[in-house]
Design a protein around this ligand. Structure first.
Ligand SMILES: Cc1cc2nc3c(=O)[nH]c(=O)nc-3n(C[C@H](O)[C@H](O)[C@H](O)COP(=O)(O)OP(=O)(O)OC[C@H]3O[C@@H](n4cnc5c(N)ncnc54)[C@H](O)[C@@H]3O)c2cc1C
Length: 399
């Protein structure tokens, strides 16, 4: 990172991070330096998958960060995994193509059988198996996961799946998909949160025999799709954990996901602040650097303060998670504050660059589009606020 502000941020990080995490940051930075803006711009234009980048991260072992060593992973902490994704984003790269490989396996790790873990985790750790697709959201139910309609009906030693998912990212680039489907009709449930189950779907076996995938073109390069299930047969042995408990299993992975997504937002915010501060020093208008005007300085300073505050919450969430305590409050706040910080920094960065903020070659408009997503996915800001209001502050349930 070139600007002084980044150097300061880096130093603060290095005084706070243990040596192993500082070393991980350094290696991720070195890897990302091989994938400069031109690489991402080309992919963005073509809406293409960053195959080489994902391969490099896999080869370096970064995507196996959270898989225990006994299954061939690195057995690192959530703080280390957060440092990895943060550095990817702070370098101007994008982890969206592969971040799910880091955390989606958590459901399998926590709730899968010994045989399932032995069958899949080593392959996921080595990168031979990509588990990057996570089919939860549906067109009709949206955020209301408990209303989802895709069904999995047991017939002998198989489940037969019918329905539709939307926004299933990386479905075309994944060997396996974690699928949440209804195994008990909603009107036959004693408990609202029961009745959904999680399955591992082998995408190669499924293609052409019950699954069809349509890419959805979005405002940024995200490899997201809609997936249709038409009598897809999934072996009963691919059910994870107990039938009907899938919603709970998915929820149990949400805190890790929120922390890692928040770390990506912090990385984005650092990238925007770095770019803006550097440009404000060198761009001369009216005979002086634009950064000499307080009207230009203050938004950069504000974005920096906002990012640092959010970063503290991300670290707090990671520490709470690592200590084995319930990190729901901290993880949700980390995601909320970090997504706000990255979006504020993105807006500030475009403004600081004037017209050049819109020029493709500067990468700012690309990162601006990319970071906008975090206000909506994987969880929208409103739903986090609703969690805090209800579960932390004890306000009445709103939905
Ligand atoms: C690029 C992209 C990639 C994605 N990848 C995946 C993926 O891999 N797997 C997957 O399963 N999903 C994925 N998603 C889906 C994502 O998680 C959802 O889009 C997100 O959770 C919001 O759901 P929704 O789009 O159905 O919005 P809706 O539920 O229709 O909500 C629309 C708006 O209304 C607000 N809202 C709804 N209910 C309430 C309420 N009770 N109170 C206040 N506000 C409310 C929401 O906050 C939101 O802003 C992805 C989405 C995108 C755009």
């Amino acid at each position: 990172m070139s600007a002084d502000v980044s150097q300061e941020t880096q130093e603060t990080q290095e005084t706070q991070d243990p040596d192993d995490i500082a070393a991980i940051r350094e290696s991720v930075r070195a890897l990302c330096a091989r994938f400069p803006g031109e690489y991402w711009r080309k992919l963005d234009r073509e809406r293409a998958y960053p195959t080489e980048f994902v391969a490099a991260l896999t080869e370096a072992g970064f995507l196996a960060a959270l898989i225990p060593e006994e299954y061939g992973g690195s057995g690192l902490t959530i703080r280390a995994a957060a440092a990895i994704v943060e550095e990817i984003h702070a370098a101007g790269c994008n982890g969206a193509a592969c971040h799910a490989q880091i955390y989606t396996m958590g459901t399998l790790l926590r709730h899968g059988s010994a045989a399932q873990k032995k069958q899949y985790l080593p392959g996921i750790a080595s990168g031979k198996l990509r588990l990057q697709a996570f089919g939860v959201t549906e067109p009709t139910s949206g955020t209301d996961t408990l209303s989802l309609r895709t069904t999995a009906v047991k017939q002998g030693d198989h489940y037969v799946v019918n329905g539709q998912k939307i926004w299933t990212s990386r479905a075309e680039h994944s060997d396996l998909m974690l699928l949440l489907a209804r195994t008990t009709p909603a009107d036959k449930l004693a408990k609202r949160t029961d009745g959904l189950s999680v399955f591992i779907v082998d995408m190669h076996l499924a293609q052409g025999t019950g699954i069809s995938i349509n890419p959805i073109r979005t405002m940024m390069n995200h490899a997201t799709t809609e997936v249709f299930f038409d009598d897809l047969r999934v072996p009963a042995e691919n059910l994870i954990g107990e039938e009907g408990k899938g919603f709970r299993y998915i929820l149990s992975g949400m805190n890790a996901e929120r922390i890692l997504i928040a770390a990506e937002c912090i990385g984005d915010a650092k990238w925007f602040i770095d770019r803006a501060a550097a440009y404000a020093k060198e761009r001369v208008v009216f005979g002086r650097p634009i950064g000499q005007n307080q009207g230009v300085q203050f938004p950069i300073a504000r974005a920096y303060a906002q990012m640092r505050a959010a970063e503290l919450m991300v670290r707090e969430a990671a520490r709470t998670y690592e200590a084995g305590r319930d990190a729901g409050e901290q993880a949700n706040m980390a995601k909320l504050l970090a997504a706000d910080a990255s979006w504020a920094a993105a807006d500030m960065c475009v403004q600081t660059h004037g017209g050049f903020g819109f020029a493709e070659d500067f990468d700012i408009e690309r990162k601006f589009r990319e970071t906008r997503l975090y206000q909506v996915a994987p969880i929208s800001t409103n739903l986090i606020l609703s969690y805090l209001a209800e579960h932390v502050l004890g306000l009445p349930r709103s939905y």
